[in-house]
Design a binder for this molecule. Structure first.
Ligand SMILES: NC(=O)c1ccc[n+]([C@@H]2O[C@H](COP(=O)([O-])OP(=O)(O)OC[C@H]3O[C@@H](n4cnc5c(N)ncnc54)[C@H](O)[C@@H]3O)[C@@H](O)[C@H]2O)c1
Length: 261
């Protein structure tokens, strides 16, 4: 998929990995539909990116709001060719925590709702519009490619640490959606790929205690630092451009294998 002239919907675009992705894709000639709950940061990012960006405030747990957002991409830019799902929540609690405090079931369900249902609803909304856009487009790549969906899992999907029950379950579910979606959308020329990052330098990880951040850096083989949001965006760029990558989850991790804590 050529990035130049593509139109990409990015959820969680107001911060961190989504923001870096928007900035890189626009620099490469794409137009981006920025979707986030945070209207202040989302609108500010759209203003800084100019006419190549359009912000829609939406909660990824609302099917109606996501459908409206995807449709806004078409009214604003004429089509949709890609999706990157960066909206997500981090949450940590043990099954039985300090002083016997148990893991709140509502918190567990909230993480699943935002990270999993939110990803599913974004895939559904974007796929509907990508397929409709593709039906109108006369020009496709030599392979007949029409779209790319990039989902965001985590190394916690396979190496969940102490207290990461909800988060690890949610990121495992995201990774598990990749293959069935890629199988389904293959006949329409749409690829589905997930990225599983390790700790990246974003507001999400900045909220974790410094000792937790340092421990994650110490477990990284090389380079011994947090990942940079633009390194995530670089991988999104490569996934868009390399048509052979499909139906898999790619780690972006400096060789880390997270230990129990
Ligand atoms: N930063 C890391 O270390 C790291 C590592 C692995 C995976 N991830 C995943 O990458 C994704 C992006 O993380 P980040 O580090 O950029 O986080 P971030 O907190 O900087 O950004 C997340 C964005 O998602 C938005 N958001 C949250 N809930 C939403 C909802 N219901 N509807 C719409 N928008 C919502 C927030 O407003 C925010 O702008 C997340 O799914 C996260 O789990 C992050």
């Amino acid at each position: 998929m050529k990035i130049d002239n593509s139109v990409v919907m990015i959820t969680g675009a107001a911060s961190g990995l989504g923001r870096a992705t928007a900035e890189r894709l626009v620099a490469l000639g794409a137009r981006v539909l920025l979707v986030d709950l945070d209207a202040t940061q989302g609108s500010a990012l759209a203003a800084s990116l100019g006419s190549a960006a359009h912000f829609v405030q939406a909660d990824v747990t609302s099917d109606e709001q996501l459908d409206r957002a995807a449709d806004a991409g078409v009214s604003q830019f004429g089509k949709l060719t890609g999706l990157v799902t960066c909206a997500g929540l981090l949450y940590a609690h043990k099954l039985i925590g300090r002083e016997g405090r148990t893991h709140d079931a509502a918190a567990f369900e909230r993480v699943l709702r935002v990270n999993v249902t939110g990803t599913f609803l974004a895939m559904r909304a974007a796929s509907r519009v990508i397929l409709a856009s593709a039906a109108r487009e006369t020009e496709t790549s030599s392979d007949g490619e029409r779209g790319v969906l990039v989902l965001v899992s985590s190394v916690a999907a396979t190496e969940g640490q102490l207290g990461q029950l909800a988060y690890a379950a949610s990121k495992g579910a995201v990774a598990s959606m990749v293959l069935p979606a890629a199988r389904e959308l293959a006949s329409a020329g749409v690829r589905v790929v997930a990225i599983a990052p390790a700790a990246m330098e974003t507001p999400m990880i900045a909220a974790a205690p410094a000792s937790v951040q340092q421990s994650l850096v110490d477990q990284t083989l090389f380079p011994r630092r947090l990942g940079k949001p633009d390194e995530f965006a670089q991988l999104v760029e490569h996934i868009f451009e390399n048509t052979l990558i499909n139906g898999c989850t790619l780690r972006l991790d400096g060789g880390v294998r997270m230990s129990a804590k």
